[in-house]
Design a protein around this ligand. Structure first.
Ligand SMILES: [Ca+2]
Ligand SMILES: [Ca+2]
Length: 159
């Protein structure tokens, strides 16, 4: 795939003055959290930041469909590597507690887990995040704002 975003399903883009559209790339290869982030940035995006319940639901359902097995989870752009327990998104903003979707026993910092992955094949509920070692190779979700004229993208507008 040469293009950043390849078409895996179609979404209708609806213009809105107040909400920007977002495009996502779900990687097929697996890398560490840092390498995954570098790869997203090299493509003009970054690891995904989840800003709303709608976005969490969209991503959770999408990931559940494309996970190959229960361990096939995806990196998102959230880490506490700078300071234990202080969760920051890749843009430097702190995690909003009301928009946190940790699984029930997470985050547990087990083995000094500092990076966040999402995905649960069997989960019918909203919570799907876990902290885990940043060094493990996983698939990842890149995000960038929707641009005009992008046709072959996985883009969605949250109204
Ligand atoms: Ca940690
Ligand atoms: Ca954990």
């Amino acid at each position: 795939m040469n293009s950043f975003f390849h078409l895996t399903e179609s979404f209708s883009l609806i213009s809105s003055k107040h909400h920007g559209g977002k495009c996502y790339y779900f990687s097929t290869n697996k890398s560490s959290w840092t390498k995954s982030r570098d790869d997203c940035r090299a493509k003009g995006g970054d690891l995904v930041k989840i800003d709303s319940r709608e976005e969490q639901e969209f991503l959770r359902k999408k990931v559940r469909r494309i996970m190959k097995d229960h361990e096939d989870k995806f990196w998102i752009g959230l880490t506490d590597s700078a300071e234990q327990g202080r969760w920051l998104w890749v843009d430097g903003s702190p995690l909003n507690e009301s928009l946190s979707y940790w699984k029930d026993t997470e985050p547990d910092n087990w083995g000094e887990d500092d990076c966040v992955m999402m995905g649960d094949k069997g989960d019918r509920y909203q919570k799907s995040w876990s902290d885990t070692s940043c060094k493990v190779s996983r698939r990842s979700i890149c995000e960038k704002p929707a641009a005009k004229g992008q046709n072959k993208t996985v883009c969605v507008i949250f109204l």
